[in-house]
Design a protein around this ligand. Structure first.
Ligand code: PMP
Length: 361
């Protein structure tokens, strides 16, 4: 058997580990922040019909410009956005990869603020971009002053902000985004994968786009929109940025089947998003009930809760796994992260955690 280290792999990839959230067919999958509510039957029906029509044409390459999809995404986002300002790819992970292929790369740097979404540094590494780990304040907060000072110090080519932040759930105000933008010499991307779960009075960075041609806001259909398996992520930015992304994408990167499925689903946006308020209520319930079990939840504007007070995260992870529950140990001492699911899933999780006793031992 050949080992990885024996291969003539790029030096900068030696010793790296791939993204690896465990996948297991357990009943309670609360580890990767999906929407745990299935796609409603009526939407599934329409998606299948659209995909069936598209199949008849797959002898041809798909629309390379995914025009109809961009029209629907622009309409969904609102904020006066037009299709020329929209980009899409197979999950927002691929969108982020396109951004770093175009604006990062060898000799260039990306500043992020860990703990944050693990793929940010992994995509930096895959594209040969130097990852600069910024610092957060106590409780994982990021003030406009602290963030802007770090941008001014490092002068990175690209800054990634995560709003709300994964894995901590920490909200990030548009004041931070504006301050970072003013301090940054290059591209500023706000990863808003969980935007639909934010409190309704919390503005999106989309509201800052006019007049800021170096600002990019990425979104996904994987979370609130209950479409993770279809792999559709997208981004809004100045049309010139979209032109830059065209230089690095592979032609026809979004299959005709993906485009048909996403366009059909977007026509049912209110139905697809119907469970968002319920999920946010379960998130708030987790934050309210975890202290009574001896844990310390952090504030969250996303569909998951990060909590401290865990004596041995791996032991608790394993004990819950034995009860058919998968949650996430992101490697931060004494903490775990759990996705807010249905009311029944959340109840079962809380019951099983309570049974382990304070500290989760
Ligand atoms: N950004 C953040 C902050 C995420 O948590 C995730 C998924 N875990 C993604 C982007 C990627 O999602 P997708 O590729 O499914 O759009």
């Amino acid at each position: 058997m050949t080992s990885l280290s024996e291969l003539p792999i790029r030096d900068d990839l030696r010793g790296k580990t791939p993204y690896g959230a465990p996948q297991a067919p357990v009943r309670y999958q609360l580890n990767v922040n999906e929407n745990t509510h299935p796609v409603p039957e009526e939407v599934a029906q329409h998606v299948v019909e659209s995909v069936a029509r598209a199949v008849l044409g797959v002898n041809r390459y798909p629309d390379r410009e995914f025009t109809e999809l961009r029209e629907h995404l622009a309409a969904y986002l609102g904020h006066g956005l037009t299709p020329e300002s929209i980009w899409a790819a197979n999950g927002s992970n691929e969108v982020l990869q396109h951004v770093l292929q175009a604006f990062g790369g060898p000799g260039r740097s990306l500043l992020g603020f860990p703990p944050t979404y693990s793929m940010h540094s992994i995509i930096a590494s895959g594209t040969g971009t130097t990852w600069i780990a910024g610092r957060r304040d106590a409780d994982f907060e990021l003030t406009p002053e602290a963030a802007a000072a770090q941008v001014a110090e490092h002068r990175p080519d690209v800054v990634f902000l995560c709003a709300p932040n994964n894995p901590t759930g920490t909200p990030l105000g548009v004041d931070v985004v504006a301050a970072v933008y003013d301090a940054a010499p290059g591209i500023v991307l706000v990863d808003e994968a969980y935007a639909e779960f934010m409190p309704k009075d919390q503005p999106s960075a989309l509201s800052l786009l006019p007049g800021r041609e170096r600002l990019l806001v990425s979104r996904t259909m994987s979370k609130a929109f209950a479409f993770a398996g279809a792999r559709v992520g997208y981004l809004a930015a100045d049309p010139a940025v979209i032109d830059a992304l065209r230089l690095v994408r592979l032609p026809y990167h979004l299959s005709a089947l993906t485009q048909a499925a996403a366009v059909a689903a977007l026509q049912h946006a209110p139905t697809m998003l119907a469970m968002v308020d319920d999920i946010a209520a379960q998130r708030d319930r987790l934050v309210a009930e975890l202290p009574g079990l001896g844990f310390r939840p952090y504030p969250s504007s996303a569909n998951f809760v990060f909590f401290g007070g865990v004596d041995d995260p791996q032991a608790t992870f394993r004990a819950l796994f034995a009860k058919d529950i998968l949650i996430r140990d992101v490697g931060i001492p004494n903490t775990l992260r759990v996705t807010a699911g249905t009311e029944q899933e959340t109840s079962y999780f809380l019951e099983q955690l309570a049974a382990l006793g304070p500290g989760g031992a």
